[in-house]
Design a protein around this ligand. Structure first.
Ligand code: PLP
Length: 447
């Protein structure tokens, strides 16, 4: 399949570089860092392998950031979308595939979350979820988490728990942030389980002292993605559900990344035995087609003004192509047992990553569920100071040269391959990482 024995993608650069540079003349700055650093120009994908315009091949350990669930060029996906393209592509009218998708989805979601509304982007869906929570509770404040990421649009920017939002103020009012249960980097310097899940007590205090008592929602990622695929301890989500209940607020689980089998369950919340009031969904749901949405109960979804005609809708949400992509993706995930594959191959890959951690002192932590795995790269295990971005960029480039595309350009290294990843491919990817990490250990002064 792929060559894990040495750099194979180092040479013949020209067509990609020419195209990349031509685009740089006409595209605005600010595109994704991983695209800028790699200068990749992809030609096609098949299964878990991408090929660039120079014929170089890459094992895909990022899946368009957790988007490509089925793998590239899945024949059923291509056939159904092509079929729909030949029929009708626009409009918010009922279409057969939308009925099929929503019916199938409803049979798979936890609890009584029986109604879905569709959108096209993640931020848009999270903003809609907040609007729905406001409609239902008639309150307006939202609590979110350090490290959290819910998009970059105005309504959710202030719910982002990172420095990314700096210099974009003023933010939307009525938002409060509190530490996530990131046990490797506990905000309180405590150790689990002796901490008694102090972050939950602290969140209660934040609601009491940092809000005006008008809490509409607690918004949380069941496993924090952008922060580095951080898995909270089992008590955290149930504790938040209780906290929301105690304040007459709704629990919104942002399942944009964790949904549709990514974590080895159909939805991330299933790991924690929690049924949220609203789930936001997207990314892996459309296997690359921009489709997102939110799911809730009939009672919550009926709240006005959200439920008024045209109040919840959008131009592209649930159009015939989007509905077809979502339908065929879900059908294929279920029929090809990709949730189980994510669980099984993910557990294998996690074990392999833990073996790498034993070997390389700059791997501070390895955690994950299913095919959503995170590695914290550090200068020193005691100080936990993140590895310099410059060193990570070397890791990224060396991986690409050896045929692996992975999100290891930052110290919060995330592994999110297509859910159809095989055990042999997992092994091949880890072999490349082993080689690259060996190179770093030998050749790069990273302390
Ligand atoms: C958990 C989560 N929510 C929301 C979003 C925003 O999605 P989009 O980029 O489609 O607006 C993201 C994007 O990475 C995400 O990871």
């Amino acid at each position: 399949m792929l060559n894990a024995s040495g750099p194979s993608n180092a040479d013949s650069h020209s067509r990609s570089l020419d195209l990349f540079l031509a685009e740089q003349e006409v595209i605005s700055p600010g595109i994704q860092n991983l695209a800028l650093l790699s200068q990749l120009v992809l030609h096609r994908g098949e299964g878990r392998v991408l090929t660039d315009v120079d014929g170089r091949r890459y094992l895909d350990f990022m899946a368009g950031i957790g988007v490509c669930s089925l793998g590239h060029s899945h024949p059923r996906y291509i056939a159904e979308l092509t079929n729909q393209l030949n029929k009708v592509t626009v409009g918010s009218f009922t279409c057969e595939n939308r009925v099929k998708f929503l019916t199938r989805l409803t049979s798979q979601v936890p609890g009584d979350l029986g109604l879905t509304q569709l959108y096209s982007g993640g931020s848009e869906a999270v903003e809609a979820a907040v609007r729905l929570a406001k409609s239902y509770t008639k309150k307006f404040e939202v609590l979110a988490f350090w490290g959290g990421f819910h998009g970059k649009t105005g309504g959710v920017l202030g719910l982002m728990g990172s420095t990314f939002k700096q210099h974009w103020g003023p933010l939307h009012p009525g938002l409060a942030l509190t530490p996530y249960a990131d046990c490797y980097r506990c905000a309180f310097g405590l150790e689990y389980p002796a901490c008694g899940i102090h972050c939950l007590d602290f969140a209660r205090q934040v609601i009491k002292l940092n809000t005006t008592g008008e809490l509409a929602a607690i918004l949380v990622e069941p496993i924090q993605g952008t922060a580095g695929n951080i898995v909270p301890p089992p008590e955290f989500l149930p504790g938040l559900a209780q906290l929301a209940k105690d304040h007459g607020a709704l629990l919104i689980a942002d399942e944009m990344l964790t949904g549709f089998g990514r974590t080895g369950r159909l939805f991330g919340v299933e790991h924690f035995g929690v049924t949220p009031d609203i789930m936001t969904i997207g990314k892996g749901m459309g296997n690359g087609f921009p489709v997102s949405g939110l799911i809730s109960s009939r009672t919550v979804m009926s709240a006005k003004p959200y439920a008024n005609p045209s109040a919840a809708s959008s131009s592209y949400g649930g159009n015939p192509l989007a509905a077809t992509a979502a339908w065929i993706t879900l059908e294929t995930i279920l029929e090809e047992n990709l949730v189980e594959n994510s669980d099984r191959v993910g557990a294998f890959l996690l074990g392999k990553c833990q073996e790498l951690q034993e070997k390389y002192p700059f791997i501070g932590s390895v955690q994950g569920r299913g095919l959503m795995i995170g590695m914290e790269l550090v200068k020193d295990r005691r100080s936990k100071e993140p590895l310099d971005n410059k060193v990570c960029e070397i890791i990224y480039r060396e991986s690409l040269q050896r045929g692996l595309l992975a999100m290891n350009y930052s110290p919060h290294f995330r592994i999110n391959p297509p859910l159809s990843l095989t055990r042999a491919e997992a092994e091949a990817g880890v072999a490349i990482l082993d080689e690259v990490f060996g190179y770093i250990e030998r050749e790069v002064s990273y302390h």
